[in-house]
Design a protein around this ligand. Structure first.
Ligand code: OAD
Length: 251
């Protein structure tokens, strides 16, 4: 009997044959770690004027208000641990000959799960950057002892090392991610609404270059129409199932 292949089996089949794989993640991959997403009910941006806390203008107008927001997020994130989705995405670096993990997240949970060489398109909430001399440092203390924090070199005010609306993405990370997306055989898009550009453009780049696109998300993203395989459900459940299947079929 020829049964209809489940979406999970189809995804596993595509991945089993692939040598080049790109994983592209958004806030949803961290949802099961207790990190709020940005959009939708209970999202971080809900009922909050984004321009106040996530733009250079908002920071210039009131740096301490912005720092209070980021310090609170840092405190919440300090309590969060990677979930099984992060763990699978980290393990895949040893499974595929060419594997690139690209994230829009600033939480660092991919690294906490053991991922190396993650491309961060929107920076890191643990990075602090001097507004005067540009010196950057990693600071894990949460809460920060002083708001706003001061540069350990020149003493001027630091800002969060994240990308705000209206700012450029880190050039090297974006270039490397675009190159990987254009050359990949499979792009697996996990937990992003795919509405923020240029990051979301990676999905279009990969699809246009003929990659198989797999979307893992309980809901259809704005670019779900580009997906060849749609895995509808939480990443922390579906990615381990996919990984098990992949291991079984490749054994
Ligand atoms: P969003 O909040 O826009 O979208 C989160 C996505 O995760 C939604 O599509 C949800 O359906 C999905 N989701 C929720 N729970 C999930 C789960 N358990 N497993 C899988 N998916 C789940 O977050 P992003 O797409 O990451 O930018 O947002 C993109 C950018 O907008 C962020 O990087 C941030 C924000 O403004 C900056 O801060 C620069």
């Amino acid at each position: 009997m020829v049964g209809k292949m489940s979406e999970l089996e189809r995804a596993a089949e595509r991945l089993r044959r692939a040598r080049r794989v790109v994983a592209f993640t958004g806030a949803g991959v961290s949802a099961e770690s207790g990190v709020p997403t940005f959009r939708g009910a209970g999202g971080l941006w809900e009922g909050r004027p984004v321009e106040e806390v996530a733009t250079p203008q908002g920071f210039a107008a009131d740096p301490v208000r912005v720092w209070r927001f980021y310090d609170e997020r840092r405190c919440n994130l300090a309590r969060c641990r990677p979930n099984p989705a992060h763990e699978v995405l980290a393990r895949w670096q040893d499974r595929f000959p060419a594997y690139t993990l690209v994230t829009q997240n600033v939480d660092g949970l991919h690294e906490d799960a053991g991922a190396r060489a993650v491309l961060h398109l929107h920076g890191s909430i643990w990075a602090l950057r001097c507004t005067a001399c540009g010196r950057e440092r990693v600071e894990r203390a949460a809460p920060l002892p002083e708001l706003p924090p001061r540069c350990t070199g020149c003493g001027e005010m630091e800002r969060p090392g994240v990308v705000w609306f209206g700012e450029y993405l880190p050039e090297e990370a974006l270039r490397a991610a675009s190159r990987a997306a254009a050359a990949t055989e499979v792009l697996i898009v996990v937990g992003t609404s795919a509405v923020v550009y240029p990051a979301a453009g990676l999905v279009q780049t990969a699809a246009a270059a003929g990659a198989v696109v797999i979307e893992v998300n309980p809901e259809a993203s704005a670019l779900a129409h580009l997906a060849d395989v749609e895995l509808r459900g939480p990443a922390g459940v579906l990615l381990p199932q996919l990984d098990t299947l992949l291991t079984a079929v490749s054994a």
